[in-house]
Design a protein around this ligand. Structure first.
Ligand code: KIV
Length: 304
């Protein structure tokens, strides 16, 4: 068994903070960027302490945490609530928050004010929006408002009713289109782009066409970094795994076993044990024992 020593919270706190510049430096130095989603304080703390570079509060929380069947119902308030919880845990990683469906799809003013809430109220350091050339103008406006933006192209889950959950970029023309999308986002000021569910070859071509980093999820190893959904990594989704997911530990089995064990201990009276119970101080216990059963009823207040 290998014992991996995680950095302590103090060590993580003193490690250099990851910024947009760090991500760029990593691309230029060919050092892979690590990214993972997190949605709550306790798991975000583990993710940050493990030295992950970028933590995304993804709108995938709609499915993984809130039980919706897509990301579409996720609201601004839900995203802000979870982003604040993750913010309290993160010391070193760059904190990225997903703008939910509907929060940047109507007016530019509304998109900017929603993005500002992520930065100002929830402590995110960048926001992620889905879409290509159609979002370039918005990326530029947000960037001019000093908001760091990460793009997201390929399979964009907020477009499920238009494109489905299908691998994108499966022809030369489709790859050209994705490259044009990525370049438009880069020109507009995006600090990085998530590439989701595209052939490895497309991931490589887009990555080499850009000066900003690409973060792949199902986009092959040539991307500048990789991101996965926390619940996929730990077999916590209860759904069939996508091809690109690698499950690193079976938390489902671990949790289920522990819960069943606990329930069985309660049912058979072995939990809580005496050692897990509080006890009266010696004097109070002696006083309680001095009370005769007949006195107990009449002297309830004194002895009870
Ligand atoms: O919401 C999310 O988890 C994402 C990942 C697929 C990158 O956007």
């Amino acid at each position: 068994m290998s014992l991996i020593q995680l950095p302590s919270q103090e060590e993580t706190a003193t490690a250099p903070k990851v910024t947009a510049q760090t991500l760029l430096d990593r691309k230029n130095a060919h050092q892979p960027i690590t990214a993972l989603t997190a949605y709550d304080y306790s798991t975000a703390r583990l993710v940050d302490q493990a030295g992950i570079d970028m933590v995304l509060v993804g709108d995938s929380l709609g499915m993984t945490v809130l039980g919706y069947d897509s990301t579409l119902p996720v609201t601004m308030e839900e995203m802000l609530h979870h982003t604040r919880a993750v913010r309290r845990a993160i010391r070193r990683a760059l904190l990225l928050a997903d703008m939910p469906f509907g929060s940047y799809h109507s007016t530019t003013e509304e998109a900017v004010s929603n993005a500002i809430r992520f930065i100002k109220d929830a402590g995110a350091e960048a926001v992620k929006i889905e879409g290509g050339r159609n979002r370039a103008e918005l990326v530029s406006t947000l960037t001019q408002a000093e908001i760091a933006v990460v793009g997201h192209i390929g399979l964009t889950p907020q477009s499920v009713h238009r494109i489905g959950y299908r691998v994108q970029g499966k022809s030369a023309a489709a790859i050209d289109d994705l490259i044009a999308d990525a370049q438009a986002l880069e020109a507009a000021g995006a600090i990085a782009i998530v590439l989701e569910c595209i052939p490895r070859e497309a991931g490589g071509l887009i990555t080499s066409a850009l000066t900003i980093p690409t973060i792949g999820i199902g986009a092959g190893p040539e991307c500048d970094g990789q991101i996965l959904v926390f619940h996929d990594l730990f077999n916590l989704t209860g759904t069939t795994r996508a091809k690109f997911v690698r499950c690193y530990a079976d938390a489902s089995a671990l949790f289920s076993e522990a819960i069943e064990h606990y329930a069985s201990d309660v049912r058979n009276g072995t939990f809580p044990a005496d050692a897990e119970s509080y006890h009266l101080p010696h004097e109070a216990s002696a006083e309680l024992l001095r009370c005769e059963p007949s006195e107990k009823a009449s002297d309830e207040l004194r002895c009870g």
